[in-house]
Design a protein around this ligand. Structure first.
Ligand SMILES: *[C@@H]1O[C@H](CO)[C@@H](O)[C@H](O)[C@H]1NC(C)=O
Ligand SMILES: *[C@@H]1O[C@H](CO)[C@@H](O)[C@H](O)[C@H]1NC(C)=O
Ligand SMILES: *[C@@H]1O[C@H](CO)[C@@H](O)[C@H](O)[C@H]1NC(C)=O
Ligand SMILES: *[C@@H]1O[C@H](CO)[C@@H](O)[C@H](O)[C@H]1NC(C)=O
Ligand SMILES: *[C@@H]1O[C@H](CO)[C@@H](O)[C@H](O)[C@H]1NC(C)=O
Ligand SMILES: *[C@@H]1O[C@H](CO)[C@@H](O)[C@H](O)[C@H]1NC(C)=O
Ligand SMILES: *[C@@H]1O[C@H](CO)[C@@H](O)[C@H](O)[C@H]1NC(C)=O
Ligand SMILES: *[C@@H]1O[C@H](CO)[C@@H](O)[C@H](O)[C@H]1NC(C)=O
Ligand SMILES: *[C@@H]1O[C@H](CO)[C@@H](O)[C@H](O)[C@H]1NC(C)=O
Length: 779
């Protein structure tokens, strides 16, 4: 996965002559300026500059805008290393004021643009003095060009007078010289100096030296292989026919083209120990020193030091630079993966002496970029089944990465957790600079439970971690899924008991209670349901006891006699996730009969009631006189009849069907006549219309739920049903009530007023409530 630096810088959006950092309002750009060996440096961190920056060089001829291309030939370099920017100007760059090769004055305008688009001019004037003596020959391999400086005594015999030199300088200026480009195995190309200049080459006579500069990749350059390393070589020879001799100046330059390779924690760069075109006779060649460093500064000489390595043999020099500590770093998210790369700015210098005793100083600037280094966070399952808590270790996170959110089984939580929660996320740092999170989620919170088979319960925690790189927006995700299993998990086992006043159930708490619900009929047992229906729930540490009083909702009744009846109640435990019933318990208990009215789902009304005022039970009947009690003793009667028999009246309102009959007591002739009022017991069953399926299709009755029954004793001759609209139903009216009665609006309580004042039996009017509140009037 080798990607060139430029590809990456393009991706990162930094490849531009002008600096385009992230826009930040009015941020002042801070530049560092330094004199370095043979170049002048202006540097800044891109992240600090909120601006575009241009450069202009100023000399006595005027102002010269500097572009990247212009820099290749003129000795200026724009170097971008991730978020670090450098501008380097050679001591011999086109617009430097050179005082006898001893002082070099640079004059630049830096033009930055502030947030409002205004240009701000900064003027930089700096004079640099070489701090180390000049070598006879200095070859500098910059990023984009090579520069050769040759002292005049190298090519001019000592008897060359100052006079001669001056003339030569003049000749060079007036193109009295020719240049010949030599290439291996090819005829040399010869041209005039002015022609060469037009091709981008620079030849210049300095006070004490000759200068040659060429961009890389020129047509007259060539690549050669030396000890397995490729070199870019350019080999011009200047020549001039003097009066009686031909003067030739060899200006050969060679640079290793190695871009470096990635080796563990280092970037390794290679160059031949001996660069053949610079050295003609290897046997007389001697290395004086080899030095290396980064960012244009030589730090280590001749030897390996710490993480910086230098392997020198007679063939090659291998330089290793630890990029973690020496490089510029950039991290970013690509394809949901964290990547980082480093750019190392290698600086290399080799000093050697050739056969003629010419000291050569070869310098090389080489930015090297690591391949994309991806990081893979990992999760470790450290779940504690005993404690019933998922523990997930999430580690190997680079230091600039933060966990911003976590999704647990589809539920999002921001990190740090804002609300109180039963789970926790802790962050910890590791000695190697990475960090990790530990997520603890109790099983009960896992939100995803699966009852696999008898006794086996599986908890699943699906995690989606959302991470971001600090100061960057694009998130990336890491997924993990942990599973834990509990064995011996069974639904509660329910026992039932009959008591005098109802039925009780008891079951023990189970390790995982919330897998199951207990239901009475279709309705899950909740505290609300219990309160609404009058059930009593006792919940202690071991078990739950549910007392269901007789006549509360849920019961059904059978085999009702005057003395006893059977009340039954069904309770179920079922799986919450599936409608599957795990256990169903039906309790049937015998209860002593008190007064009651039962409206069965099959359309049978059963009434057990006290006969009032000591009236003779045998004188009671329903509306149809032939319907007499099914059972009676001295004080009570039991009527049982189909809802379509015994003269039962039917009324329908929007919600209900109401069946009504009367227990008529024929007044004993001996008894003292209290006015005329006939005492009637109105018995009534009310069924919700919605629950009836078979009402009118055939003379069969079927209701989903039992009806609500009432028994009311009254002297009011009318039906007093409190409904606003009463519609007679054809099919029913023929066998039942005269329409006039049905249409009369009810007059509740009218009967009370009709009772004689001071009558002992205020309890004449009694309401038995049955499965709900129909009449709540306290009569
Ligand atoms: C920029 O520099 C000016 C002048 O030195 C100073 O007044 C201003 O506060 C600086 N602004 C910022 C954002 O640093
Ligand atoms: C490097 O080694 C050479 C000889 O091999 C020696 O002359 C020179 O002084 C050394 N340079 C440094 C800086 O130690
Ligand atoms: C390097 O030196 C070794 C012996 O010291 C020699 O065998 C080898 O040929 C030399 N390699 C080159 C490229 O000169
Ligand atoms: C850092 O240390 C942790 C714990 O020893 C290890 O799991 C992780 O892989 C290490 N990461 C790196 C980049 O060395
Ligand atoms: C993880 O969460 C992110 C953000 O909510 C979402 O875009 C992504 O699809 C999720 N991944 C999976 C596999 O659910
Ligand atoms: C995680 O750890 C638990 C407890 O040690 C174990 O039961 C489970 O199989 C492990 N594996 C996964 C994938 O969750
Ligand atoms: C019983 O009490 C426990 C603990 O107080 C509670 O979690 C549970 O929901 C209660 N059960 C019922 C049916 O009220
Ligand atoms: C009701 O009585 C019938 C007939 O005596 C009997 O077969 C049935 O089991 C009784 N029902 C209950 C619930 O006791
Ligand atoms: C009539 O039967 C009921 C129910 O069995 C009983 O409570 C009551 O005492 C009986 N009355 C008489 C007078 O026997």
């Amino acid at each position: 996965m080798t990607m060139s630096l430029w590809v990456w810088l393009k991706i990162l959006g930094f490849l531009s002559v002008s600096l385009c950092g992230k826009a930040q309002d009015n941020q002042n750009v801070t530049f560092q300026m330094e004199c370095r060996e043979r170049y002048f440096l202006i540097s800044t961190d891109l992240s600090l500059s909120g601006t575009e920056t241009r450069f202009e060089a100023v000399d006595d001829k005027g102002v010269h805008p500097i572009t990247k291309e212009y820099g290749f030939t003129c000795g200026y370099i724009f170097s971008v290393m991730v978020e670090h920017f450098e501008f380097r100007a050679s001591y011999f760059s086109c617009h430097t004021d050179n005082q006898k090769d001893e002082a070099f004055t640079f004059h630049f305008n830096l033009i930055t643009t502030n947030g409002d688009g205004e240009e701000i001019f900064h003027t930089v004037i700096e004079t640099c003095y070489p701090s180390i003596p000049w070598s006879s020959r200095e070859v500098t391999c910059e990023e984009d060009y090579v520069e050769v400086i040759l002292r005049r005594d190298v090519f001019c015999p000592s008897y060359t007078t100052a006079d001669n030199w001056d003339r030569m300088v003049q000749d060079l200026a007036t193109s009295g010289w020719q240049v010949m480009f030599n290439r291996e195995g090819v005829q040399p190309t010869t041209m005039s100096i002015s022609m060469a200049r037009s091709l981008g080459y620079v030849f210049d006579a300095l006070p004490e030296r000759l200068l040659f500069r060429s961009p890389f990749g020129q047509p007259h350059a060539f690549i050669s292989l030396a000890n397995g390393v490729f070199l870019e070589v350019i080999h011009p020879t200047l020549y001039s026919r003097q009066k009686w001799l031909v003067v030739m100046v060899d200006l050969v330059a060679a640079c290793s083209t190695d871009r470096g390779h990635y080796e563990g924690s280092r970037m390794v760069w290679e160059t031949p120990t001996l660069l053949p075109p610079l050295v003609l006779d290897p046997s007389k060649f001697a290395v004086q020193s080899i030095s290396m460093g980064v960012n244009g500064q030589l730090q280590f000489h001749n030897t390996t030091q710490g993480d910086y390595t230098m392997e020198i043999n007679n063939a090659t020099v291998l330089i290793g630079i630890p990029f973690h500590s020496a490089g510029y770093r950039k991290s970013f998210v690509m394809e949901n993966t964290y990547n980082e790369l480093y750019v190392v700015h290698l600086y290399y210098e080799q000093v050697f002496v050739t056969e003629e005793g010419v000291e050569t100083r070869l310098r090389q600037h080489r930015p090297m970029v690591t391949p994309l280094l991806t990081w893979h966070p990992f999760t470790m399952n450290q779940t504690d089944v005993e404690e019933r808590v998922f523990i997930v270790y999430f580690g190997n996170l680079p230091s600039d990465v933060t966990l911003v959110a976590v999704n647990l089984n589809g539920q999002d939580f921001t990190v740090p957790l804002t609300q109180e929660s039963s789970f926790s996320i802790a962050r910890g740092s590791l000695p190697n600079g990475t960090h990790a999170y530990v997520l603890r989620v109790p099983f009960e919170d896992s939100l995803s439970k699966l009852y696999l088979e008898e006794g086996l319960l599986q908890f699943i925690l699906d995690i989606n971690f959302t991470l971001t790189i600090m100061d960057q927006e694009e998130p990336f995700y890491h997924l993990a899924s942990v599973v834990a299993e509990l064995t011996d998990v069974f639904p509660p086992s329910i026992d039932g008991f009959c008591s005098e006043n109802g039925i009780s159930f008891q079951w023990n708490h189970e390790p995982v209670d919330d897998l199951w619900e207990v239901a009475i009929g279709p309705d899950p047992l909740t505290p609300e349901l219990a309160a609404q229906r009058g059930y009593v729930v006792t919940n202690n540490s071991q078990s739950i006891i549910l007392d269901v009083p007789l006549f509360t909702i849920g019961y059904s009744y059978e085999n009702i006699t005057l003395s006893q009846f059977v009340g039954s109640l069904e309770i179920q435990s079922r799986n919450l996730k599936t409608p599957e019933i795990q256990q169903s318990v039906t309790m049937q208990c015998h209860f002593d009969t008190t007064e009651l009215i039962v409206c069965s789902t099959h359309g049978v009304m059963t009434v057990v009631t006290e006969v009032l005022n000591g009236a003779d039970p045998s004188r009671t009947s329903l509306l149809q006189k032939t319907c007499t009690p099914k059972e009676m003793n001295n004080s009570r009667v039991l009527f049982e009849f189909g809802l379509n028999t015994c003269g039962t009246l039917v009324q329908v309102d929007y919600q209900n069907v109401i069946y009504e009959n009367e227990i008529i007591i024929e007044q004993s002739t001996e008894a003292p006549v209290i006015k005329k009022a006939t005492l009637r017991g109105v018995v009534r069953c009310v069924y919700p219309l919605a629950g009836l399926s078979q009402l009118f299709t055939e003379w069969r009755f079927e209701s989903e739920a039992p009806g609500q029954g009432t028994v009311v004793y009254t002297t009011d001759p009318r039906s007093f049903y409190p409904v606003t609209t009463i519609k007679p139903i054809e099919q029913c009216s023929q066998t039942t009530t005269p329409p006039s009665t049905m249409a009369t609006p009810p007059r509740i309580g009218a009967s009370i007023g009709a009772l004689p004042a001071g009558h002992q039996s205020a309890s004449y009017v009694r309401v038995l409530q049955w499965q709900g509140q129909v009449f709540t009037e306290a009569l």
